[in-house]
Design a protein around this ligand. Sequence first.
Ligand code: CO
Length: 214
Amino acid sequence: MSQEAIDKLLHANQNWVEEELARNPNFFNDLAHGQKPEFLWIGCSDSRVPADRITGTKPGEIFVHRNIANLVVHTDLNMLSVLEYAVAYLKVKHIIVCGHYGCGGVRAAISRNNYELLNKWLRNIKDVYVAHETELLSIADPQLRENALVEISIKQQIRNLMKTSVVQKAWHSGEDLTLHGMVYEVANGRLKELIKYDKQTPLPEVYRFYFDED
Ligand code: CO
């Protein structure tokens, strides 16, 4: 029964291979030689927000990390490993944190429902909410308030990236690296840039690490 769904995926994969080979017989051979993506994407796991489809990027062009509500949590070894590999080894030029309106993670975080294990992850969003509560409560419409929290959280995740030694080290060694906060509208497919941070963006001193040469 459910095998049918899986067979559909495998069949679609065969079709895709044939289409790519028809366009370029060396497509897979070229990819097998390595990757040199220009972008690291940190996005939501939501199935409606596929990083490559919505950005028109092809295999080899975008390095992807996704988790619930596109969070940059400083104890998340998974995210940090992806970040370090992308920045220090692949030398990506842009890191994009992409959130989206209608995010189930954001909605769950402000619902006060108990999601057991998930509470620990969603706490990160609750903390962002509380830090901006006055601003958020001034928005009467609950949907607009939720949208505002989606945007505020994206900006917070970009600031969290700035606080990592990985990003600071790249900037310190003169790497060309820019951080972009983007939001995606599931209802119309549009992606828009909310903020852009680079090495000139101020960061409180206590977050700024010394490096060997200092
Ligand atoms: Co989401």
